[in-house]
Ligand binder design. Sequence first.
Ligand code: UDP
Length: 448
Amino acid sequence: LRPNPRRPFILLLGARGSIPNSEDDLLIMAARTVTMVLTFAACATARDVPQRWQNRNRRVLMLISDTGGGHRASALALQAMMHKLRPCLDIKIVDIWTEHGAWPDNQMPRTYPFLCRHRQLWRAMFHMAPLLERPWFATTRLTCGAGFKRCISEYDPHLVVSLHPLCQHLPLDLSRRHDDTVPFATVCTDLGSAHCTWFVEGVDACFVATDAVRRIAESRGVARSKIRQHGLPVRRPFWQASSGAAKLARRQIAALGLEVNRRTVLIVGGGDGLGGLESVVDATASRLAADQPGAAQVVAVCGRNSAARRRLEARQQAGRWPEVSVRVLGFTNEMSEYMKAADCLVSKAGPGTIAEAAMCGLPTVLSDFLPGQEHGNLAFVTRHGFGQYVRQPKAIARHVSALLQSPAELARMSAAARAAATPLATKQIATDLLQILDRGRTADGALA
Ligand code: UDP
């Protein structure tokens, strides 16, 4: 069979045009229908063959570091969407600093929570980055260059995608040296502001989520023609969330171990459970116990912060919040379910969590932010009208308690959150990346 998408259509007309007058006619129609189905299946398979053949052994390398949970979440989102669009691709996500770097750079995910807790240190590092960038690049080339080179040459990718601010300089340079026909794309996973190291001139494409980040990319010399703006990629369970079916049925809420008749506050602190999570949970649960006894529940997602989780569990078992049901979790893979079950979110200003909350139409209270890097995310949420930044835990608790008692305000914020979401972003970025993969790169530095 040669690929011919029209052939099953012609058979379909033949089958529907017959009017059965006898059992024989019916048998003939049934036989035609079976033939049609088999032909359709064969044609579909035949049509797939060239593309499958073309994609066999095509490899995409996604570079991240597990500093927080957002970079991996975005990489998983694009991996799932690219696989959906091209099932035969081989896509590998690598925390290149941890798996192939040398000490102390291979400790980044462990030192990240420490830096986040010391805001002034973080602020200084963020603002000094443009000065430190070149010496740091030169040093890491000496310490990590050999490991990174091995990582790239052993996998031998046809496309490299960076989803981390520290995966441009050295990986880009080594990828070019390995094979300069392999395109290199950056997918910036920030929303309202971004670290300068995200943006280097030499990449072939640079994906940004908002105008604010686009301006930073341009100011760093990335050519306008290389910048593509779609939004932030979100993981598969969020893809349908903005279509209106964002709320869970009572049965699904019960399956999560939550009480169906209570208002639910979801409190998170990114992948590492940061942003003063413990004190926010404590203040909010205490306030709700006083204001709305028996009517509210709190889900505290501690992520990888096992110390906070242990302490919160101990307080809960000691009966500290008698009139509020508090569910304490570690790192959960059911974030989308909890977001769909919640009436309100309290979170540090992590871009991934904000983008997911927007997809779920979830009113948001921002409790903390990383100076520089996450500062612009506050404006993103307030400007779109689906949340506020409130700093002190007691003020957060008051604000949340008042919100839960204002269904009209919650509904308004929920609609504003949905309006801020970019539900097509994941598919658009994945489609663009596949085009870049197909085109490849000429040795003189343009996409083919
Ligand atoms: N996340 C998760 N399970 C958890 C905690 C967090 O899946 O228990 C996800 C969350 O849904 C989001 C990401 O981790 O996709 C956190 O990204 P964000 O940019 O908000 O903050 P980061 O941790 O990167 O600072």
